[in-house]
Design a protein around this ligand. Structure first.
Ligand SMILES: Cc1ncc(COP(=O)(O)O)c(C=O)c1O
Length: 297
């Protein structure tokens, strides 16, 4: 385990250690812009690979860029669509990576907030070939300003990652690490996550319910088994950047799905974060969002 300054730094380190300029990288499409930025900064050639309800479409990646050096995935809760990667896709991805000698970067940014079913094993735990670099963070479970995350890397890469990490900024702040370690050891972290999980499940339910009442025909909001945001799908053909701008003008912040994509998407949508808001504020925001979307039609 290598302690890093949040998962963004973990992604950046993985890019520096694992990639040479010009290497092909499979990116989930749509996917996390921060990961895209880290791999692009290392000079990678980004290859969009579509996702569906089962996560990354491995066979599409194999067709598009069989020579890829690295694959970026968020299997426990795909960012931004919310899909959980199925067991068969997980095995297919690992089998391909072992065959191709490619690296898999597993970004597990919010798996602690799983509401419906039991989590599937992480790719890192299933990997018998030493191809997976797992990226975890305390950003979502505690607070983004903490800047503490961790990498779980294959044995063969530990020294290289350790050296690269020291070059960036020696080490993460020791006082923050000591406080966090005590917080974990005393059981506060597990209690906090349990409490937040119940709270966020309630907030998600409030968003789904308010959307059912007020956004019918405007935005299709489906419940999700995990995470801190939902995707509201716009009617086919609608421009999500325009919808997000309209929502913002009405006081509702969202992220257009197209901002997470390298290519035009078949259907636009808005990412709606619910974890930080009470059900009452969520209902008010949905009301405003409905007004903005009705006005934009
Ligand atoms: C998918 C994903 N990966 C990584 C990060 C970065 O997290 P951190 O604050 O730990 O750098 C985020 C933050 O929003 C994220 O959504």
């Amino acid at each position: 385990v290598i302690v890093v300054g949040g998962s963004q730094q973990g992604l950046d380190l993985a890019a520096r250690v694992l990639l040479d300029s010009g290497d092909a990288v499979w990116m989930e499409e749509p996917g996390y812009p921060g990961a895209r930025a880290a791999f692009a900064a290392a000079g990678a050639r980004l290859v969009p690979v579509p996702v569906d309800d089962e996560g990354l479409r491995v066979e599409a990646g194999e067709r598009a860029a069989p020579e890829a050096r690295l694959v970026y995935v968020s299997p426990s809760h795909q960012y931004p669509t919310g899909a959980t990667m199925s067991a068969s896709r997980r095995l297919a991805l690992l089998a391909w990576a072992a065959r191709a000698g490619a690296w898999v970067v597993e970004d597990d940014y919010d798996s602690e907030f799983r509401y419906a079913s039991r989590p599937l094993p992480a790719l890192q735990g299933l990997d018998g070939a030493g191809r997976v670099v797992y990226v975890g963070t305390f950003s979502k479970t505690l607070l983004p300003a903490l800047r503490l995350g961790y990498l779980v890397v294959p044995d063969a890469l530990v020294d290289t990652f350790r050296a690269a990490r020291a070059v960036v900024d020696r080490q993460s702040p020791i006082v923050d690490q000591a406080v966090l370690a005590e917080f974990l050891e005393a059981g506060h972290f597990a209690r906090h996550v349990r409490r937040m999980r119940a709270l966020y499940a309630e907030r998600q339910a409030a968003l789904v319910e308010a959307a059912r009442h007020r956004l019918d025909g405007l935005l299709e909001v489906r419940p999700a088994g995990a995470g801190m945001h939902l995707v509201g799908w716009l009617p086919p053909g609608a421009d999500d950047a325009r919808a997000a701008a309209g929502a913002l003008a009405a006081g509702v912040e969202s992220r257009a799905l197209s901002r997470c994509a390298l290519q035009p998407l078949p259907r636009g949508g808005l990412m709606l974060g619910y974890a930080a808001y009470t059900p009452q504020r969520i209902r008010r925001a949905v009301e405003r969002l409905a007004g903005a979307l009705e006005g934009g039609r």
